[in-house]
Design a binder for this molecule. Structure first.
Ligand SMILES: Nc1nc2c(c(=O)[nH]1)N[C@H]1C(S)=C(S)[C@@H](COP(=O)(O)O)O[C@H]1N2
Ligand SMILES: [Mo]
Length: 505
């Protein structure tokens, strides 16, 4: 068969240059907001195996993770400046194209028989690839394998990138989604846990970059015009024409990156719209994946031996309310002073104390892996009542679509890192009704939820990124539309930053 360079293979190669460069830059943006890699799911400060920031971890015990943001430059990251939400939007937009492209390519390889170019059919390829490498090091060009367009080293390295590294990067990427990681929690654990998978995802990036560097060197060694002409025209009969087209293409790619970065920094909401169009149709399918927990007490993110506060290593994000009322509430053990309100579009509005919540919950607890959108994870055992049961008691009226949660924390007042008003969040009814959506009042069997983790009562959404699990819960309100509340995006970070309320990724 002819193993030349068919047109679809060339188109795919070109699209990949675009997709991978966007994935790398937006991926770096995501990394920048928590530029550390861990082996353990407990992400204990000081135990990272790699770090990509010069920032030191604060010394006091209860610093919040928000302070670990590093802002990478827009020259490196897309869009840079610590704009995590926008980096995520670009990553997911590009993933949609990249995965579609790879699957199509994979099918085409199979049906056309072109897979033979990447899959060695004899063991001889391995010693041959070694010989090829030696000859490159001596600046002589190795010969292609009999009947092939590539030499043995090219065949093995391209095969590895396309058939091993790419599936691996897609798999490890998919498991960054809390919905996927918590639904397939057995696989998450089998693969070594969420942080090992996150580290592997990063190592895939290193793999791509190393391949890219060598690939470029080899293109130059073989002859730039000659090789790039094959990428464009499929042959090297007219290297000047092919090489020129390729070079112009590369310049356009640079322009595309500059334009995308500037556009994102100037009009993030437009990027958000693009994201919602492209990504939501498939990401909404993740609502079909309820969390299935395979964690127990022994997996809890606990204390280092010798310290008496077991919950201290469950990382905290955000600052507790700084009001007299809140301090008084916590000081008094809140059992009598705290009341949770449930109201809005329901038949029976009600208020419940923690004691009443406890009674209704009948001892239910769940041990789950928390995924902060920045990347830290902790495993906690939450005692609480399923929201679904509370909703049954309150009786949503026909036409109720969403549930809105408000906190007595105020970001502008309580957290130096942020501006703005009260923290709130909302969920579509399907998410509110998920079996693990919990109104929690106890962490790690310690009688209560500590202030820094959202006590007395907080929301737990186990298939979504952490920012949506609202802490210091004051009121639950059933509504028939959420888009008329404040900025209309359904939550504090959705309104003030670029986070998506439907973010189960
Ligand atoms: N009211 C309120 N809820 C909040 C936050 C906040 O700042 N304020 N931070 C969110 C974020 S970003 C995360 S990751 C989780 C962290 O929960 P933890 O502090 O128990 O780890 O709470 C979420 N809920
Ligand atoms: Mo977070």
């Amino acid at each position: 068969m002819d193993l030349g360079f068919p047109w679809w293979l060339r188109v795919e190669h070109f699209l990949n240059i675009i997709f991978i460069s966007f994935l790398v830059r937006s991926g770096l943006e995501i990394l920048s907001t928590y530029p550390k890699l861990y082996r353990s799911q407990h992400t204990v400060p000081g135990r990272s195996w790699a770090q990509f920031t010069v920032q030191k971890e604060p010394k006091h015990k209860f610093y919040t993770v928000g302070g670990e943001y590093s802002d990478y430059s827009p020259r490196i990251a897309l869009p840079g400046r610590g704009l995590l939400g926008l980096g995520r939007y670009w990553h997911f937009i590009t993933v949609t194209g990249f995965v579609t492209c790879w699957v199509t390519y994979f099918i085409l390889l199979l049906v056309t028989g072109q897979w033979r170019r990447y899959v060695p059919t004899s063991w001889d390829v391995f010693p041959q690839a070694w010989q090829d490498m030696l000859s490159y090091l001596a600046f002589t060009m190795p010969h292609p394998v009999e009947g092939m367009v590539f030499n043995a080293l090219q065949q093995l390295s391209y095969g590895f990138i396309i058939l091993v590294l790419t599936p691996l990067v897609i798999l490890t990427g998919a498991f960054q989604s809390p919905a996927i990681a918590n639904h397939f929690s057995r696989i998450t654990r089998l693969l070594g846990g969420r942080q090992v998978i996150r580290s592997a995802h990063f190592l895939c990036l290193v793999g791509y970059l190393a391949f890219f560097a060598i690939h470029v060197v080899l293109v130059f060694l073989h002859g730039y015009l000659h090789e790039t002409s094959k990428m464009v025209l499929g042959h090297s009969d007219n290297p000047v024409l092919g090489g020129t087209i390729f070079t112009v293409g590369l310049m356009l790619l640079v322009v595309l990156h500059v334009v995308a970065t500037r556009w994102t920094l100037a009009d993030g909401r437009a990027v958000e719209k693009l994201h919602n169009r492209i990504v939501r149709p498939w990401s909404n399918l993740l609502y079909k994946l309820p969390a299935r927990m395979h964690y127990d007490r022994s997996n809890i993110t606990g204390k280092p031996v010798g310290l008496d506060n077991t919950t201290q290593n469950f990382r905290g994000s955000g600052r507790p309310p700084e009001t007299e009322e809140y301090f008084a509430l916590m000081a008094n053990g809140y059992e009598d002073d705290y009341v949770l309100e449930i109201g809005g579009y329901v038949e029976h509005p009600m208020t419940l104390t923690v004691a009443e919540l406890r009674e209704l919950a009948a001892g239910h607890s769940q041990t789950t892996l928390h995924h902060c959108v920045q990347g830290f994870t902790s495993i906690g055992r939450w005692r609480g009542i399923r929201l679904s049961e509370l909703l049954d008691l309150a009786g949503p009226l026909p036409g109720a679509t969403d549930v809105v949660y408000t906190s007595f924390q105020n970001m502008g007042r309580d957290d130096v890192l942020y501006e703005g008003g009260s923290y709130y969040e909302s969920t579509p009814m399907v998410e509110a009704r998920m079996p693990q959506t919990l109104i929690a009042f106890e962490l790690n069997d310690e009688g209560e939820i500590p202030a820094k983790n959202g006590g007395p009562v907080r929301l737990r959404l186990e298939t979504s990124t952490g920012f949506r699990s609202l802490k210091w819960l004051e009121r639950i309100e059933v509504v028939n539309r959420y888009d008329i509340i404040l900025e209309g995006r359904g939550g504090y970070f959705e309104d003030t930053d670029f986070f998506d309320r439907n973010q189960l990724i």
